[in-house]
Design a protein. Sequence first.
Length: 416
Amino acid sequence: MKGEDYINNPPPTNNEVIISKNGGTTKRVYQAWKGNNKFFFGGRLVFGPDVRSLLLTLSLIVIPAFLFCAFISQRVVIDNQHNTILVASVIFTAYIIVLLFLTSGKDPGIIPRNAHPPELEDSSNLPADWIGTNHISSVPPTKDVVVNGMVIKVKYCHTCMLYRPPRCSHCSICNNCVERFDHHCPWVGQCIGKRNYRFFFMFVSSTTIFSLCILALCCLNIRNIMKLYHCNLWKALHISPLSAVLIVYTFIGAWFVGGLTSFHVYLICTNQTTYENFRYRYDSKTNPHNLGLIRNVREIFFSITPRAKANFRAKLKDDIPAAVTTPLSVGHRLSPELPKTSLDIEMGGKRQGVVAEDFEDIQNQIETVASLERCGPQPRHANWDHKGNWEITPDIAALSVEFGMENRSRDREKIR
């Protein structure tokens, strides 16, 4: 079963059905999403659950940049008789902020969940220790796939009910399966995956360059002060203490983001992710994803960003009759769709397709329930269990309403 099945058959939620004026639903996919993401602007921006960390990261960038542009760069500009430094600092700061939001507010490559576990199509690629056991009817934990001529195992995700594609992993913080999962970055409040890794690397590398530039310009300002006042280093730092603070701050920041940039340069050249580097240790064995230095770099920087597999703005359902949903909207959830030619009935935790030929049996069951209700009060549900008790499920009740309306219309036609 494909991941897009989540869009067509989303998992049940208690507040999924909202009846609009024309009798249809108004909810979109992002409003019923099972992950921990935060959505803004109608599902156009997708953030992680720790989106508030963006404020901290943003302040760590904007505050020192503002102090430099307002106080330090002005002195450097006067001494060098040009405005290039000030203009470049403002543009570079804005550029880094844009990269930060592109990294944090972009879908990192979330794979939609399946509504049901996948069906076993072929047992030839299943693990040998799984075939022949009593668990053959269940979903095996791993599956063999071929990547660049090498056989690797992909794991089954019980939360998303799908086999994770190669290089995919389930983020425990966002509660999503993410393609080419690298890591969850708390500084940007988002997973780093296939669709935003490029922006993440550009963000950390640009921040490193900006930190080094401010560090160098602050040192230049100290040197100018020493020349202007004919003083030593300590006297110059006393005259411009803000330069001293920015030198220390940018030096520490350059070591931090610079080390991160260097590490990801190594990962890009060897076509690894942070998760793979710490988990699989490809240094000691063959990396099936390594295509060579040039192709590895081209895959990251010169490839087209794939389209998102999860359409968070898609409407869940559009054609729910108000007459069916209204009586059962309190305390019970109605199935989001009741097609005319087939129905999905929840029985024993498994969805079973009911085609048009089986409607007669269902109608007989409903008539039996109606006759029992005329004899005396009965419980609320309408299915036999092993103890002989009856249960009326919302789907059976919906069928009773539908068939009741059809029978009344047929009776009226006969009278006419």
